[in-house]
Design a protein around this ligand. Structure first.
Ligand SMILES: [Zn+2]
Length: 289
């Protein structure tokens, strides 16, 4: 992973209203498709809904307000009394509704793993059905206008890890003006993985952020950080913003509204709202905790 990754090969070659082209590629192959959507201006991030159906209903209701809805993993809940196959059927139906409302992007989380893949590592095999329906998911990359979204899986072993490294290298070499990652687990050392008594984060992601310096990393997994003193929903690591909306009970999920045109992110939870400007050089001090 070398210097060429810093290059930004094309920053909107078109003028006026260029055709909105999206590339959906998976696992290194080069499938390309056209995209019906607008440029990514407003993005909704939720994660760890864990089969909380009222929260999914809320996301569906909100979806038309956003250009992209990202659900950063843990769609299922392995502790639920509802059998996983039934959960999967319901979640796939929600994803279809979200797709009908606009563009939805989903990564897997650790609760979503349903069996070994071809390499004997655990994977969210059921998300292949979402992919078949045209929903960008694990291992896919979605290009919309000047934005590239790389969707990383919850990887379970060395082959999966190398696949993520390769995916990031490929996308790093063709990154456009804005590069967004979806990755279930926040990086180690960040307030976005602070549980209240320890940092619980992903070591590999630290290295990948350092190597590639993406613009945004959208995470989840650790439910507590936004609700804890010294934790946060937002962190800036070099040029990279990391977000984790956290998880709360109730009909409305904790969520982050990213207004990329305005250069602002807003976190909403039952505690209230917080804002950060994306041109700030660090995350602001917390106000609600
Ligand atoms: Zn979770």
């Amino acid at each position: 992973m070398g210097a060429s990754l810093d290059g930004r090969p094309r920053a909107g070659a078109g003028t006026g209203t260029p055709p909105l082209r999206a590339q959906l590629t998976g696992h290194g192959d080069a499938r390309v498709r056209h995209h019906h959507g607008r440029p990514v201006m407003r993005l909704l991030l939720v994660s760890d809904l864990h089969y909380t159906l009222p929260q999914l209903d809320w996301v569906v209701e909100q979806a038309t307000e956003f250009d992209i809805v990202v659900i950063a993993g843990d769609h299922l809940d392995i502790a639920s009394p509802v059998p996983l196959p039934a959960q999967i059927t319901v979640i796939l139906e929600y994803l279809r509704r979200l797709q009908a409302a606009g563009t939805v992007v989903v990564s897997s989380g650790n609760h979503d793993l349903t069996g070994p893949d071809d390499h004997g590592e655990q994977a969210a095999l059921w998300l292949d059905e979402a992919r078949t329906a045209g929903i960008p998911t694990d291992g896919d990359s979605l290009g919309v206008g000047d934005t590239l979204i790389t969707v990383c899986p919850w990887w379970d072993g060395p082959v999966g890890r190398e696949a993520v490294a390769a995916q990031l290298a490929v996308d790093g070499a063709r990154r456009p003006e804005r590069w967004i990652w979806v990755y279930h687990w926040p990086p180690t050392g960040s307030p976005t993985c602070w549980t209240g008594d320890r940092h619980y984060g992903d070591d590999d992601l630290v290295g990948w952020i350092d190597a590639h310096r993406p613009d945004l990393v959208l995470t989840g997994h650790v439910h507590q950080p936004p609700f804890k003193r010294s934790g946060s929903w937002a962190d800036r690591i070099g040029p990279t913003w990391v977000f984790n909306p956290g998880r709360q009970i109730g009909p409305i999920p904790a969520h982050i509204d990213l207004d990329l045109a305005a250069g602002e992110a807003m976190w909403w939870s039952m505690l209230g709202r917080e804002f950060v400007r994306l041109d700030a050089d660090r995350a602001p001090d917390r106000t609600v905790v």
